[in-house]
Design a protein around this ligand. Structure first.
Ligand code: 3HC
Length: 316
């Protein structure tokens, strides 16, 4: 008898939950939610946070080699923002009942993913422009939609993060514009960075919708309000005119504007490369994980000191 009452209760609560989602209401941490919804959000948010923190590494590589004090200051500000985005999203993920230390252990053990894009090397200063313009540009397309998602803490975190991403995107585009007005060597450096970062930026939006095992749940529960392919298309449509405006060529000879659909048609993405990178076999996966593991170990004394201070003052 009890089992039956519990089941009926769960069915009623799931129906109420689905009605809230359908009515466009946000779900807050203290609201009842299906365990699967909680797990999906925890997966997505923790991996998003990991991406922000690992994403500091490729750019950190160029802090000491920025071409001017102003460029160094701007890059430093951007990298500090990314750290804040990571901590912000870890805090949002913790509202789902998992401590960030557990999420970070999943990253450091290689169990959790982070964005494929950060497993590519940054070979010269133009890469700082390409990352800010393309990678943060892709993040803006994704995150402005996430700012309307059904989970309150995630949506609210995106509002502040998108404001900072806009600064990241503009400073990156400005680096590319300045290079394209520079010497032939600088123009070639910018075009080379464009060639290396364009396709991996398209992969940031995930596999094609037909190969996306999580999108069904996430779309049904209005965590994802647009599909992987729709967001990818939106990014391409927005970015191609920007490239043309500064004389950069998109490395895709199949790219073509379709006046009927009012979208750019584009070539086939190398999904074998994508799957290889997310399986841990990208150019920099091992380096990035080692850097994160080393940084975590070096920071152990800070965590211990903070815990000791907190314990001492909790007793006082
Ligand atoms: N890199 C690594 N893994 C990826 C990926 C990518 N670009 N795209 C998809 N995957 C993984 C998914 O995590 C999933 O694996 P899992 O089930 O083990 O977690 C698998 O591939 C199948 O993909 P799905 O499409 O089914 O997964 P999702 O529905 O979660 O969609 C996503 C993937 C579009 C990345 C989605 O998770 C998302 O929008 N996340 C929030 C935004 C985000 O994480 N952005 C990362 C970049 S952060 C950034 O750019 C920082 C900025 O400041 C520069």
């Amino acid at each position: 008898m009890n089992q039956q009452i519990i089941q009926e209760d769960d069915i009623r609560r799931e129906e109420e939950f689905n009605a809230r989602i359908a009515a466009g209401k946000t779900i807050e941490p203290k609201d009842w939610m299906p365990e699967r919804y909680r797990r999906q959000l925890l997966r997505m948010m923790s991996q998003h946070a990991h991406s922000e923190v690992v994403g500091m590494l490729p750019e950190g590589n160029w802090l000491t080699r920025a071409p001017s004090l102003m460029r160094k200051a701007v890059l430093l500000a951007k990298i500090q923002d990314e750290a804040g985005h990571g901590l912000y999203i870890y805090s949002g993920a913790e509202t789902l009942g998992t401590d960030r230390s557990e999420m970070i252990d999943q990253l450091l053990s290689g169990k959790a993913k982070y964005s494929s894009i950060f497993n590519y090397p940054t070979l010269n200063w133009a890469d700082m422009g390409a990352i800010g313009w393309l990678v943060d540009g892709a993040a803006i397309v994704n995150q402005t939609v996430l700012a309307k998602c059904s989970y309150g803490p995630y949506a609210r975190a995106m509002v502040r993060i998108c404001k900072e991403e806009n600064f990241h995107n503009k400073q990156g585009y400005q680096i590319m514009a300045v290079l394209m007005r520079g010497t032939k060597a600088q123009q070639e450096m910018a075009q080379d960075a464009m060639n290396r970062w364009w396709w991996p930026s398209l992969m940031m939006f995930g596999p094609p919708d037909k190969d996306s095992p999580n999108s069904g749940d996430l779309m049904r529960w209005k965590v994802k309000l647009q599909s992987n392919d729709d967001l990818r298309q939106r990014f391409i449509d927005r970015t191609v005119p920007q490239a043309e405006a500064i004389g950069l060529r998109i490395p895709d000879d199949k790219l073509k504007w379709n006046p009927q659909t009012r979208h750019y048609e584009f070539g086939e993405i190398n999904w074998e490369e994508f799957n290889n990178v997310i399986r841990g076999n990208g150019p920099c996966n091992k380096l990035r994980l080692k850097q994160r593991r080393d940084a975590h170990a070096e920071g152990n004394w800070v965590r211990e000191a903070a815990a000791a201070y907190a314990a001492k003052h909790a007793r006082a």
